[in-house]
Design a protein around this ligand. Structure first.
Ligand code: PLP
Length: 392
């Protein structure tokens, strides 16, 4: 094949050539600072406001509810720490399967006197509403639940979660970094207070993102300075990055249904082939509409996920064992552990995530190579087929 098959789109995506084209003028002739009064500044400010309107349209909210940030991590930090700083109740609720951008932020709050409730999930990586309801019977400053999980693609019942939180008057923050552009998000309908999105997961540039802050929700800023972004995020805006982000969001919005259908068909083809060729393997996470359209996460008992990723890399296939941030550590995935896998089982996982640019040829090549590499690495040597199949 002689070419790389990139199946790590949950970690990051290729910038769409149309996005790069839209950004380029903002590095060369349109390089003004949006805060400047002169023509260069006004041109940049106009691009910034048009981009804000585009992101707002993609999220179904008002433009003045969008705060531009450097990405998902910053948005998550601003949302959770920003609300916590003003809260009277030192208690926050989250789930055991959040991205480290949320989990570490909650750890920080815990180290600073907060009670943190980390709700469990079922074997498919989905939160039980009854657990949230119970946690909400005591006062809380905020709830933070991700829309779709970055490792196993499980999709949370976010509208029901939002209603429960709204019923108790507790602000809900949603990390929608993985779902943005893939699942419909209509903020005018769901009572979500804060929502994080990131550009580089949707074929936009790295270093741009946004936090939706519903009108009336009070936040304390994390970055202090010139009072940009309505005082919530000081610092000269990344105009070129934001223009690219808006272009990516617009493309994703227009083609969402078509692209997701294509990705889910290819993902199912991949899963079918991988499971047929590797009898002891299983798919982690839910199926159907409860799973993000581009995610497949397999367990290969008896095999180290890291070894698999390195061997596949040598065959030109880019895959992952978990989230990009933790994939260099040899700790088993906290998400798979929360879903009930043993540490040994969690070690043998492989995450493959597609994009709208992924082709059937690439999927077939990857499925063939995975079967070959699993065989070479001697999978399933320590685990009976019955034990492996028990979790399918
Ligand atoms: N939240 C989730 C669910 C993610 O998957 C990621 C990135 O992998 C982030 C937050 C962090 O986003 P960023 O890389 O834009 O900081």
């Amino acid at each position: 094949m002689g070419k790389t098959v990139y199946l790590d789109n949950a970690a990051t995506t290729m910038a769409d050539p149309a996005v790069v084209k839209a950004m380029l003028p903002y590095y060369s002739e349109k390089y003004g600072n949006p805060s400047s009064l002169h023509a260069f500044g006004r041109e940049a400010a106009q691009a910034l406001e048009e981009s804000r309107a585009t992101i707002a349209k993609a999220l179904g909210c008002e433009a003045d509810e969008i705060v531009f940030t450097s990405g998902g991590t910053e948005s998550d930090n601003l949302a959770i720490l920003g609300v916590a700083a003003l809260a009277k109740t030192k208690r926050v609720i989250t789930t055991a399967i959040e991205h480290p951008a949320v989990l570490k932020t909650c750890d920080y709050l815990e180290a600073n006197g907060f009670e943190v409730v980390r709700l469990p999930v079922d074997r498919y990586g989905i939160l039980r509403l009854a657990d949230l309801e119970r946690a909400l019977s005591k006062e809380a400053a905020a709830v933070s639940v991700m829309h779709a999980n970055n490792e196993v693609g499980s999709v949370q019942p976010i509208e029901a979660i939002a209603k429960l939180c709204a019923g108790k008057g507790v602000p809900l923050h949603v990390d929608a970094v993985q779902s943005f552009g893939k699942l419909p998000i209509e903020l005018s309908k769901a009572p979500i207070s804060l929502l994080s999105v990131s550009s580089h997961k949707i074929h936009g540039p790295k270093g741009a993102g946004a936090l939706f802050v519903r009108r009336g929700v009070k936040l304390s800023p994390r970055l202090l300075g010139g009072g940009h972004e309505r005082g919530l995020r000081s610092g000269t805006e990344n105009v070129s990055g934001i223009v690219g982000f808006a272009k990516a969001a617009e493309i994703a919005r227009r083609n969402r249904v078509k692209n997701c259908r294509k990705m889910s068909l290819l993902r199912d083809r991949l899963a079918k082939r991988v499971l047929a060729a590797n009898k002891g393997a299983w798919l982690n996470g839910p199926t159907g509409v409860k799973r993000l359209c581009n995610n497949a996460n397999f367990s290969f008992p008896g095999i180290e996920g890291e070894a698999l990723v390195l061997r596949l890399d040598a065959e030109g296939i880019a895959a992952s064992t978990g989230s990009a941030c933790s994939s260099k550590s040899l700790k088993p995935s906290h998400v798979l552990l929360a879903m009930g896998l043993t540490p040994v089982q969690a070690h043998g996982s492989l995450r493959l995530t597609l994009s709208r640019f992924t082709t059937a040829r690439e999927i077939d090549y990857a499925a063939g190579k995975i079967a070959q590499v699993v065989k070479e690495l001697g999978g399933f040597s320590n685990v009976s087929r019955e034990e492996a199949m028990r979790r399918v």
